[in-house]
Design a protein around this ligand. Structure first.
Ligand SMILES: Cc1cc2nc3c(=O)[nH]c(=O)nc-3n(C[C@H](O)[C@H](O)[C@H](O)COP(=O)(O)O)c2cc1C
Length: 407
């Protein structure tokens, strides 16, 4: 058996002529490959060549008794460890975003639980069209990975973004996604959301954290085979499949939940925005204006909350501990100082002064800061992709910790 089972789904674009090369690159890396084509794709690449280079029959039609009898479409959906859609045409992306199942390719995509990688290719205006960009946003929010498109001279004569990524680049990305099962058997604790510190029966001090980054990390860690516990402050988000959620409200509750779970985990990622302070006393009853003299202000005394990240960093042993920081200015220096203060293995710093990233958005632009002071700056990316990059670093840290432990 190959290292991974990759199902290549061809769409109807000029770049489909590169599919035999892609299949060869994937097989060259040791994977087992099967192909399926949309009816449009079959005009651009022959099933005969793909069958020959993949070493397996190519499926093209959903409602063909002969094809269905040989390899059923559900069997194909279940068989794949990864589905690579290349070229992902504007039409195919739209149908995927809509959840249509009107041909073999879209039906298999809907029926499969395998991760999906798309390699878009189209005319630059089609790519830039608001409809295509909206469909892309839907697909990426669903966790679909993307490679390309690249800029250059296009087959249609225009120049710009729209060229399909090279087959080698697509194969590398597929490799990365498959290799990404690296957290199998690992127990991972993630904190997420903004804690809520009660003032009285109805009011609370909280912050703008939506929890989206922590939930993306939890979904990605689970997709990589980890056993994930998500200690979550209040959010409106759905708990990702395969993740165990422990819901908390306050920093003290989050602290207690983390302490309950921490001994069992090999990786802890503190992504929650934990309030540094809480009201010294929360009134059980609603504080009424009438309880105060006219014009009198209300003084709240705040007391410090436990520093969860510093505490678990201090007692971490062989455990990998990652912290998040939200900084509004002088981000690199502030992140380095925070990392030194907390003592974690990696600090992920958000620049919250950017309008397009950070709190409440679906995208994030972060810096990864190491204890050596090294800084990796990531571009603006969907939070799920940021999660992938962070977990790639976690897997490496875990390997180096393992080596240090055993040496
Ligand atoms: C010569 C030719 C080239 C085409 N190239 C592309 C392309 O590169 N990208 C794209 O999105 N659509 C392209 N199209 C349009 C698609 O073929 C068309 O939208 C089709 O419905 C896509 O089918 P699919 O959903 O099976 O991919 C092209 C059409 C023609 C006639």
């Amino acid at each position: 058996m190959g290292r991974g089972r990759i199902l290549v789904a061809g769409g109807g674009g000029i770049a489909a002529y590169k599919l035999p090369e892609l299949v060869r690159a994937l097989r060259g890396a040791g994977h087992e490959v099967r192909c399926m084509l949309t009816p449009a794709a079959a005009n651009f690449v022959s099933a005969l060549s793909l069958g020959a280079v993949s070493g397996a029959p190519v499926r093209q039609s959903l409602l063909d008794p002969g094809e269905e009898g040989e390899i059923g479409h559900i069997e194909l959906a279940d068989w794949a460890d990864l589905i690579v859609v290349a070229p992902a045409t504007a039409d195919l992306m739209a149908r995927m975003a809509q959840g249509l199942a009107d041909d073999l390719v879209t039906t298999v995509l809907l029926a499969s639980r395998a991760p999906v990688l798309i390699a878009p290719a189209m005319n630059v205006h089609m790519w830039e069209h608001a409809a295509t960009q909206a469909n892309l946003a839907v697909l990426e929010a669903r966790g679909i990975a993307r490679v390309g498109p690249e800029a250059g001279e296009l087959a249609c004569g225009w120049e710009g973004l729209g060229r399909m990524a090279d087959p080698e680049t697509i194969a590398d990305e597929a490799e990365r996604l498959l290799g990404a099962k690296s957290l199998a058997g690992e127990r991972v604790l993630i904190t997420a959301g903004g804690t809520r510190e009660p003032i009285d029966a109805v009011r609370a001090i909280t912050n703008r954290s939506s929890g989206k980054m922590g939930y993306a990390l939890a979904a990605e860690a689970a997709a990589r085979g980890a056993e994930v516990v998500l200690v979550s402050a209040p959010t409106a988000l759905r708990c990702p499949a395969g993740v165990r959620r422990v819901s908390v409200q306050t920093a003290l509750e989050m602290h207690a939940a983390v302490r309950d779970e921490i001994a069992e985990v090999g990786v802890a990622i503190c992504c929650a925005a934990v309030a540094d302070f809480r009201p010294a006393q929360a009134s059980e009853r609603k504080i009424k204006k009438e309880d105060l003299a006219p014009g009198e202000g209300l003084l709240l005394e705040l007391v410090p909350n436990p520093d969860i990240l510093a505490e678990i960093s201090r007692d971490r042993g062989a455990r990998v501990v990652v912290g998040f920081a939200a900084e509004s200015h002088d981000v690199v220096a502030a992140a380095r100082r925070k990392l030194a203060r907390k003592g974690c293995d990696l600090l992920v710093a958000n620049d919250i002064s950017r309008e397009d990233a950070g709190f409440e958005t679906d995208e994030n632009a972060v810096l990864l800061v190491s204890p050596t002071g090294d800084v990796e700056e990531l571009p603006l990316l969907p939070k799920r992709e940021v999660a992938r990059r962070v977990l790639d670093r976690v897997a490496k840290l875990r390997d180096t910790h393992g080596e240090t432990e055993s040496s």
